[in-house]
Design a binder for this molecule. Structure first.
Ligand SMILES: [Zn+2]
Length: 454
């Protein structure tokens, strides 16, 4: 039976999440804070199995799934508190908690049986904060002293040869503050004819880093095998591949729950893992920060232009500020070009230069008479009554989830239901208020309700 699917263990995992955001200054001494938290799991759900439900590694996955959701829930509570210190402590998902596990076994160069697990993907990116970027390959906040495996030691003790292990540009979710990037590793068998592998993870069809207050999702977990590649020929010519996509061979995305995968001598095994989610609308990101990311290779030029609206001047080798302003304005307009003022969204009518209280950079609320009104923090437009879901007064766009991050694989490979990435924007200025990952037919999540004087 999986311990992590037990309510008691789940409580411990979930509390770690709260401790990360609101009790980080009481590390290892959380007893006082824990007495203020009530834990009421519902038996029979994915995160709290009940007899005779099956177990296996689904227990770990259920617990981490709950942690990710709890993170966003608590973050929105902190945003709604009106307390500037709590609002500053908000952090988007660190999606790497369910990092992709690979168990490998076989016979090594001495003819002896071996078995191990690849732990490198513990170096995931941390989610974006409300005031700064997440940490690239920063690890897992659930494991404060966790370490990635050492490549040299892996090669010393097990019959594998790494072609590379590197940080993966664009893997973190875009945002006003960017989620930390994760990584990718690629290896082949070394001085053995074959390796047997088992995969185990979640977040391969749907990203586990969802984005907060308009931030983009991080990449998904991904296993790939390039069967029958030309890697041996390249190595014989003293050429070490730096991108597996440049290899020839039959490429197959591997199922995240697959056993007894045979990796032959020329088969190339690839893993890239989930990263930190973004916070806030990417088109609100300071241009200088996007330029810094481009120079450092943390994001690609394609992502800079498509998602951040930043245009690069290739002749001068820096950002074209004027073209960027035009591009960002165009992006805003395109988001609301299909807005229908006669729809249920017609309640959005007035604006005010007086701003109320801040939840995020783009989402505010304001007191009007005896009630509260949702308000766009960028243009001052009122978005409906605070006792209703602000998403009703926003303009929604629906995209395939793959639009959220270029490193999200097509979910159709692993799940039957369609997965969408919804974007809620101010219908007046087009700034993004929030995003959601939903299944076909899911209603908009009513996540925040404002009640005054109660
Ligand atoms: Zn607005």
């Amino acid at each position: 039976m999986s311990l992590l699917r037990c309510p008691g263990s789940l409580e411990g995992q979930r509390f770690k999440d709260n401790a990360k955001g609101s009790a980080y200054d009481q590390l290892w001494a959380i007893g006082g804070a824990s007495r203020h938290i009530h834990f009421n799991p519902t038996p029979g759900l994915l995160s709290c199995a009940d007899y005779p439900a099956s177990m296996s590694c689904g227990g770990t996955i259920g617990a981490y799934g709950a942690i990710v959701l709890a993170n966003n829930c608590v973050a929105k509570m902190m945003a709604s508190s009106g307390d500037e210190i709590l609002q500053r402590d908000i952090m988007a998902n660190e999606a790497n908690s369910m990092w992709p596990i690979t168990q490998l076994s076989g016979t090594d160069r001495r003819g002896e049986a071996f078995g191990s697990a690849i732990l490198d993907p513990m170096i995931g990116g941390l989610g974006a904060f409300s005031f700064r970027d997440g940490v690239d390959t920063g690890g897992m906040y659930l494991v404060p002293k966790g370490r990635a495996a050492n490549v040299e030691q892996n090669e010393l003790h097990f019959p594998v040869l790494y072609l590379y292990r590197k940080e993966l540009p664009d893997s973190g979710g875009a945002g006003q503050y960017r989620g930390g990037n994760s990584g990718e590793l690629v290896f082949i068998p070394h001085k053995t004819n074959r390796i047997i592998q088992d995969t185990a993870t979640s977040g391969a069809a749907v990203p586990t880093g969802m984005g907060l207050f308009g931030g983009n999702p991080a990449c998904t977990n991904e296993y790939v095998m390039v069967f029958g590649s030309n890697v041996r020929e390249q190595l014989a010519e003293s050429s070490i591949p730096c991108n597996w996509q440049e290899l020839q061979g039959r490429v197959e995305r591997l199922s995240p729950k697959r056993a007894n995968i045979v990796q032959e001598s020329s088969d190339v095994y690839v893993i890239h893992w989930a990263a930190g989610a973004g916070y806030g609308d990417p088109i609100l990101r300071e241009i200088a920060l996007v330029q810094k990311d481009l120079v450092a290779g943390s994001i690609s030029h394609g992502t800079a232009e498509k998602i951040y609206g930043v245009v690069w001047d290739y002749e001068r080798d820096l950002v074209n500020v004027d073209a960027t302003e035009r591009r960002r304005q165009k992006l805003r307009q395109s988001r609301i070009s299909t807005f229908n003022a006669n729809s249920t969204q017609e309640r959005v009518q007035e604006s005010s230069r007086e701003f109320g209280k801040r939840l995020s950079g783009a989402l505010w609320y304001n007191k009007r008479g005896n009630s509260s009104q949702w308000q766009c923090g960028q243009c001052g437009a009122f978005l409906g009554e605070g006792r209703h879901n602000y998403k009703v007064g926003a303009h929604m766009n629906r995209y395939p989830v793959t639009e959220g991050n270029r490193l999200i694989g097509d979910p159709a490979a692993f799940v039957d239901v369609s997965i969408w990435w919804n974007e809620y924007c101010c219908p007046h200025c087009g700034v993004r208020l929030d995003t959601e990952l939903v299944r076909e037919g899911d209603a908009a999540l009513w996540d925040i309700e404002i009640k005054l004087g109660e």
